[in-house]
Design a protein around this ligand. Structure first.
Ligand code: DX5
Ligand code: ZN
Length: 215
């Protein structure tokens, strides 16, 4: 099922409640948590995520770009998030993290940076509800889609289909009206878009348009 997840990284952080009200058609809100260690940027932590949870009825898709995922990921699941994504590169025991997330009632998702190979992580797929393939280096919005990730998206789609199609394949970074077509053709079904949504005059129309293109 196609899903469009606007990233609030490109929204006005001083007016988050109002920004969330501008994307009623979104399938979920993508929330980027950065710690200035795993990535060279710093955003928000648990208190703000909890406030966002209270400010919208939309499901939250939390993308953790932080070290020590084993310790922190379950804490984010406890906020009532629909899904929590940790990075494979930041987790000591990915299967345990995934299990902890599900125990907290969240969908379990794992992310791979653009240069992280899929093959060594394929055996994790069966523990996951979603695999996120980063299509930019994590850390900043507004970067260009890396086409070299497309074969990895195709390989993930095949692996997910082999497991019965229950695992969503999400892409994040540089998604716009052009690149979403390439990502969808490669097999992605869940699309994060920050600047393409919140940089538009009408963010909700941008969400609807992205969905129409790949729907
Ligand atoms: C980048 C974040 C993305 C970011 C995407 O590290 O994970 O979610 O908001 O922004 P755009 O869509 O502008 O590339
Ligand atoms: Zn993200």
């Amino acid at each position: 099922m196609t899903a469009i997840h606007p990233s609030i990284l490109s929204a006005d952080f001083a007016n988050l409640a109002a920004e969330l009200a501008r994307i009623p058609s979104a399938d979920a809100v993508h929330v980027d948590v950065m710690d200035n260690h795993f990535v060279p940027n710093l955003t928000i932590g648990l208190p703000v995520v909890e406030a966002i949870r209270r400010a919208t009825d939309l499901p939250l898709d939390i993308h953790l770009m932080i070290d020590d995922a084993d310790r922190w990921a379950p804490r984010y699941a406890q906020t009532g998030a629909e899904s929590v994504t940790f990075h494979a590169e930041a987790a000591a025991r990915p299967p345990q993290v995934a299990q902890d997330l599900r125990s907290c009632g969240a969908r379990a998702a794992m992310a791979l940076k653009p240069q992280t190979e899929l093959a060594p992580h394929l055996n994790m797929l069966q523990e996951l509800d979603m695999l996120l393939l980063m299509t930019v280096e994590p850390g900043f919005g507004g970067q260009s889609f890396i086409d070299a990730v497309l074969p990895k998206i195709s390989a993930a789609r095949r692996a997910a289909d082999d497991l019965g199609g229950q695992v969503a394949v999400q892409v994040d970074g540089g998604i716009n009206r052009e690149t979403i077509l390439r990502a969808a053709e490669a097999g992605a079904d869940t699309f994060v878009a920050g600047s393409a949504v919140f940089g538009a005059a009408d963010p909700d129309a941008a969400v609807t348009e992205l969905r129409r293109l790949v729907g």
